[in-house]
Design a protein around this ligand. Structure first.
Ligand code: MOS
Length: 746
C-alpha cells in the first residue's frame, strides 16, 4: 500500500488539479440541459431615480427572444427587506433587483431578456428602452466626506475599541510626531471566473441551482426566503469556483435573476454577467485614513490616532475592520480609533480579500515608516522596539505570535542589513532603487458557527468526506484529503472529498480565512468519530480479534486497524459487519470559554524592492519577500499559492487598481481589463514566501491559521515605503500610478 501517514504539512499536489486543467471540473455556466434558456440582464443607465416606463416591444421581436422580465411583470417575490438579507449581508435594505421602479446605482439590473440563445438575449438587451425620472446623485467621496456618520447598526464584531490612556495629551507633548492622510481607491474583485448561475428545473419541481458562490448554503437560504420556497425545492451546487475574493460571499443578482426567470417560465435558465456588469456588483470601498503617531526619543510609541472613513451605498451600511489593527499591532498605552461611513450612490461595497486590514494596515504601516524617518531609526527596528506581547484592544492573550521570527527570517532572506538608510541613496543606471518593509496582521478565526463534515467508509475501503463548505480555489479539497487520509491511515488516492452542495452538512460561506481551520477540524473530528464507530463494530463481532481492547490502544495505519500484533484491514471489518458503508457526521465549534481569554491572529513581515524610473514614472516591484506566521502549515504548496496570489493582488492595489467614476454620470468608466489594470506577468518578478515555525495548540484542533487574506495585508505599504526610500517622495494615495510618480509631491 502507498504511504498512509505524514500527509499534513507536506506539499501534496492539488487533488482537483487534473480535473481543473483538463476541463473536467465544471463551473456555474458550464452545466447544460435540453431546452436551456439563456438570459442577459439590462443595466440601468442612470444612477438615481425612478423608471417611468420600459419599452420591450422591439426587443421581444428579436428572433429567439422568449420573454422579458421587468419590475412590472415579474413573478411574486418576498415583500419584506428582511427576506433579502443573506447570512453575511450588512445592516440596511438589501437591493431587490426588478422589485420596483427605484434605481439606487448605475448598472443596477432593470430587466432580464430571456431567449433561446445567449446571442439573441444579448442582442435584444440594447433594444430595451427605459424612460427615467432622474434624481440628483452623489458618487464623489471628496464631496460626501463632510457628511461622515457613525453606522447606526454595527456589523457584527466591527466596532472600534474605546480610546485608552490619554492620546490627546500624549500627542500634544510628544517630541517626535507625524500626521497624515492616506487614501485608497475603490477596487473591484475581478475573479477569473465570471458570475453566472444555471438553474435546472427537474421533473420533481426542484430548482437545481449551479451558482458561483463561496457559500452554497447561504445562497440556498437566500433563495428560499426570497422566493418563498421550502428548502427541499432549492438545491444549490458549487463544487468549483474560479476565484471570488469575497465577491461571491453574498448571493449576486445573477442567481436571483436566474431563479426569477426559472420560476416565471417554469423552465431551466442560465444568467451570465459580462465583465462590465461585474463592475456593478461589489467593490472594496474607497477609504480615507487619518493617522497621527507620536514617539519618545527611543522610538517608543506614545500615541496612536487612527480614524477612517469608508464608503457605502445609499441602501446598506457595509462596514469593515479598518482601524482596530492600529490598536493591537504595536505596544502603546494611548490610542484613539474611530470608523465612519459616507453614503454614495453606488452599489454596496462588499468584503474583498482582507476587508478593512488591506486599507487600514496600509495607512498604519506607511505612517510607521514616516515615523521611522522622523526618528532616524531603521523602520524594522522601530517595529521591534514597539513589539506587542498581548492584545491590548481586548486585553487577551495571543494563542501564538511568531512575528519576531518573521522580522528576523524575512530580513535575512531579503538582505535588509545591506540597506543604506537614506532615501535616494541606492541607484543603478537610470533606476532609483528602494527597499521598504511593513507588517501584516489578520484574524485567525475558527468556526464561530458550527461547521460540519461527514466521513463515509465504503466496503471497498474508500473514504468519502462530505461538507457543504466551498473550495474557491484555495485548496480546501486538498487539505481536507490530507487530513482525512492521515487520520484514517489511508493513502491519498483512497479519499474523495465532496464540497459545495447545499444538501450536505452545514458550513458557513468560505470567507474570513476561517475555512481551512474550521472544515479541517471538522474533517478530523469526523474521521476520529469514524475510527470509533469502526472499532466498536469490529469489537462487537463474535470471535473478534479486538476482544478486551480499548479504543485508545488501537492505531489506524495502512488501511488497517491495529492493536498489538493484530492488524485487520478496514475492508475485512466492513465485510464481517456486512456493511456497504459506515458513515458518521461531526460538528465543531469554537470554544466560548477559550475565546474569552485568548485571541488569534496571523502575522507577516513583508519586504519590498522597487526600481523607479523617475523620467518615465515607471515603478517595478523587483522583489517581494513575505515572511508569514500562521500556525501549522497544512500544505506548503497550496499555502504558498495563497500568499503569492495575495501578493500579486497587493501589487495591483499599490500600483494599478482603481475604479474611475465620471461623477457627472455616476458611472464607473473603466469597467474592462483594458482600462482597469490588474498585474500582468511582467509586473510580477520575484516573489518569495517564508513560513516561520509557529506551534499553536490553542487556536483550534488542527493548529492551523487561515492564509487566504494575510498575504495582501501590509504588502502595498511595503511597496509604497520602498518607493519613498527610492525617491524620497511619500505616496499616500493608492494606486501609485505613473502620473503620481511623475508629478505628485506626495
Ligand atoms: Mo473573504 S473577503 O472573507 O472572501
Amino acid at each position: 500500500m502507498a504511504d498512509t501517514s505524514g500527509f499534513i504539512g507536506k506539499p501534496v499536489i492539488r487533488v482537483d488539479g487534473v480535473a481543473k486543467v483538463t476541463g473536467a471540473a465544471r463551473y456555474a455556466a458550464e452545466y447544460h440541459t435540453e431546452d436551456l434558456l439563456h438570459a442577459v440582464a439590462v443595466s440601468a443607465t442612470i444612477t438615481r431615480g425612478k423608471i417611468l416606463s420600459i419599452d420591450t416591444e422591439a426587443a421581444l421581436a428579436v428572433p429567439g427572444v422568449v420573454h422579458i422580465l421587468t419590475h412590472e411583470n415579474r413573478p411574486d417575490t418576498a415583500r419584506w427587506d428582511l427576506s433579502y438579507r443573506d447570512m453575511v449581508g450588512p445592516p440596511g435594505h438589501p437591493l431587490r433587483p426588478l422589485y420596483d421602479e427605484h434605481i439606487h446605482h448605475n448598472g443596477q439590473p432593470i430587466a432580464l431578456v430571456i431567449a433561446e440563445t445567449f446571442e439573441a438575449a444579448r442582442d435584444a438587451t440594447v433594444l430595451v428602452n427605459a424612460q427615467y425620472d432622474v434624481e440628483a446623485h452623489l458618487t464623489d467621496f471628496a464631496v460626501a466626506r463632510a457628511s461622515a456618520y457613525d453606522p447606526p447598526k454595527r456589523r457584527m464584531g466591527i466596532k472600534p475599541p474605546q480610546p485608552r490612556g490619554d492620546p490627546q495629551t500624549a500627542f500634544a507633548t510628544a517630541l517626535v510626531k507625524i500626521e497624515a492622510e492616506y487614501h485608497l481607491a475603490a477596487e473591484i474583485h475581478n475573479p477569473m471566473e465570471m458570475f453566472a448561475a444555471t438553474v435546472i428545473l427537474d421533473a420533481d419541481g426542484v430548482f437545481n441551482v449551479y451558482d458561483k458562490t463561496q457559500g452554497a448554503l447561504n445562497v440556498q437560504f437566500y433563495l428560499t426566503q426570497v422566493f418563498k420556497l421550502p428548502a427541499k425545492k432549492v438545491r444549490v451546487i458549487a463544487p468549483y469556483v474560479g476565484g471570488a475574493f469575497g465577491s461571491a460571499l453574498r448571493p449576486q443578482p445573477s442567481v436571483y435573476l436566474a431563479m426569477l426567470a426559472a420560476k416565471a417560465l417554469k423552465r431551466s435558465v442560465r444568467v451570465t454577467l459580462s465583465r462590465a456588469q461585474m463592475f456593478d456588483l461589489s467593490c472594496r470601498p474607497e477609504t480615507l485614513n487619518h493617522i497621527k503617531l507620536s514617539a519618545d526619543s527611543t522610538g517608543k510609541l506614545t500615541s496612536i490616532h487612527h480614524h477612517a472613513i469608508g464608503h457605502t451605498s445609499a441602501y446598506e451600511d457595509h462596514q469593515e475592520t479598518v482601524v482596530n489593527w492600529s490598536g493591537l499591532l504595536y505596544q502603546c498605552a494611548n490610542v484613539d480609533m474611530g470608523y465612519k461611513l459616507i453614503k454614495l450612490d453606488t452599489m454596496s461595497p462588499g468584503d474583498m480579500r482582507a476587508p478593512g486590514a488591506a486599507v487600514g494596515v496600509f495607512a498604519l504601516e506607511s505612517a510607521m515608516d514616516e515615523l521611522a524617518y522622523a526618528l532616524d531609526i531603521d523602520p524594522l527596528d522601530l517595529r521591534r522596539i514597539n513589539y506587542a506581547d498581548h492584545d491590548q484592544n481586548d486585553d487577551k492573550v495571543f494563542t501564538s505570535k511568531a512575528l519576531r521570527d518573521c522580522y528576523d527570517q524575512g530580513a535575512n532572506a531579503f538582505g535588509w542589513a545591506k540597506r543604506s538608510s537614506a532615501p535616494r541613496s541606492m541607484r543603478e543606471d537610470r533606476d532609483l532603487i528602494g527597499w521598504g518593509v511593513a507588517g501584516g496582521v489578520w484574524d485567525a478565526p475558527y468556526s464561530p458557527v458550527p461547521t460540519r463534515a461527514r466521513a463515509e467508509l465504503s466496503h471497498t475501503g474508500h473514504l468519502t468526506i462530505i461538507s457543504g463548505a466551498a473550495d474557491i480555489g484555495t485548496g480546501t479539497y486538498t487539505i481536507a484529503t490530507q487530513i482525512a487520509a492521515e487520520t484514517m491511515g489511508l493513502p491519498i488516492e483512497a479519499v474523495t472529498v465532496r464540497l459545495g452542495d447545499s444538501k450536505d452538512p452545514f458550513a458557513a460561506p468560505e470567507g474570513g480565512s476561517m475555512m481551512a481551520a474550521s472544515v479541517g477540524s471538522a474533517v478530523q473530528a469526523a474521521c476520529q468519530k469514524l475510527q470509533k464507530a469502526l472499532f466498536k463494530a469490529a469489537r462487537d463481532l463474535p470471535d473478534t480479534p479486538f476482544k478486551g481492547r480499548k479504543f485508545k490502544e488501537v492505531a489506524f495505519r495502512d488501511g488497517q486497524m491495529i492493536a498489538g500484533d493484530v492488524a485487520v484491514p478496514f475492508t475485512d471489518i466492513m465485510t464481517a459487519v456486512e456493511r456497504e458503508t459506515l458513515g458518521v457526521t461531526a460538528t465543531v465549534l469554537s470554544n466560548y470559554l477559550s475565546t474569552q481569554k485568548y485571541i488569534s491572529y496571523a502575522h507577516t513581515a513583508v519586504f519590498a524592492e522597487v526600481r523607479v524610473d523617475e523620467d518615465l514614472g515607471v515603478v517595478r516591484v523587483t522583489r517581494l519577500v513575505n515572511a508569514v506566521a500562521a500556525g501549522r502549515i497544512l500544505n506548503p504548496r497550496t499555502a504558498r499559492s495563497q500568499i503569492t496570489g495575495a501578493m500579486v493582488m497587493a501589487i495591483g492595489q499599490a500600483l494599478h487598481e482603481e475604479t474611475l467614476t465620471d461623477h457627472r454620470l455616476g458611472r464607473i468608466m473603466n469597467h474592462n481589463f483594458a482600462e482597469y489594470h490588474i498585474p500582468a506577468h511582467a509586473d510580477v518578478i520575484d516573489l518569495d514566501v517564508i513560513f516561520v515555525d509557529e506551534a499553536d495548540t490553542r487556536v483550534n484542533p488542527i493548529g492551523a491559521k487561515g492564509l487566504g487574506e494575510i498575504g495582501i495585508v501590509g504588502t502595498a505599504a511595503a511597496i509604497a515605503n520602498a518607493i519613498f526610500h527610492a525617491t524620497g517622495r511619500r505616496m499616500r494615495d493608492l494606486p501609485i500610478t505613473l502620473d503620481k510618480v511623475l508629478y505628485s509631491d506626495g
